[in-house]
Every structure is written in structure tokens, then in C-alpha cells.
Write a protein of this length. Structure first.
Length: 119
């Protein structure tokens, strides 16, 4: 069982930055960030394969968001720069024990943290 607790959400203006944090009880092979906007399906934002550091990004955030991990703190981060109103969503941290980190649902989920970007 993996427990995850997100923090760092908030409200910013377009062009601003936020850093989300996800404290985990133990790293799984794959750690990811997902988001869900009202009326839309949940989508993958970024993921990291914790053994190698390989990262994956959705096309919509490539070049603006960065996922990283701190092994000592057992924390995964999502640095979000150049935020846009369409980035507004509930952001979830997730963990999965599979060896591929993109394109599938994850097993363990945090409670989510809200990000709101105003124009």
C-alpha cells in the first residue's frame, strides 16, 4: 500500500508558476501527476520512472512542466511554469508498480490539490 499526500496548489494568474509536492510513504516504480478539469476526463500530465529518472509529459505541458523526485524526502514534485487558464484542474499524484509509466491507469492515488489559473 502506497500513501500519497499532495500539497502546493493554489490560485495564480496566467504566466505564473506553482510547484506541487507529493509526499509518499514509499516510491513505486512509476510516480505520476494527473489532472481533471470540471466536465472533462482525467488525463496524465507527467510521470517519472523512479529507478532511472526517465520522464514523460503530455504534449500540452511539454516544456512548461517538470516532474522530479527527491529520494531522501520521498517526495515527487511538479514544477509548473507559464501556467495557462486551461491548466485549471484538480491535480492528483499517483503511484503504480508497473514498469511502464505512461498510458495506463495508476493504482494508488492522493486526495488531489486544486490549481486555478486566471486570465
Amino acid at each position: 500500500q502506497v500513501q500519497l499526500v499532495e500539497s502546493g496548489g493554489g490560485s495564480v494568474q496566467a504566466g505564473g508558476s506553482l510547484r506541487l509536492s507529493c509526499a509518499v510513504s514509499t516510491f513505486a516504480y512509476c510516480m505520476g501527476w494527473f489532472r481533471q478539469a470540471p466536465g472533462k476526463e482525467r488525463e496524465g500530465v507527467a510521470s517519472i520512472y523512479t529507478k532511472s529518472g526517465d520522464v514523460y509529459y503530455a504534449d500540452s505541458v511539454e516544456g512548461r512542466f517538470t516532474i522530479s523526485q527527491d529520494d531522501a524526502k520521498r517526495t515527487v514534485y511538479l514544477q509548473m511554469n507559464s501556467l495557462k487558464p486551461e491548466d485549471t484542474a484538480m491535480y492528483y499524484c499517483a503511484a503504480d508498480a508497473r514498469l511502464t509509466c505512461w498510458g495506463h491507469e495508476y493504482t494508488y492515488w492522493g486526495q488531489g490539490t486544486q490549481v486555478t489559473v486566471s486570465s
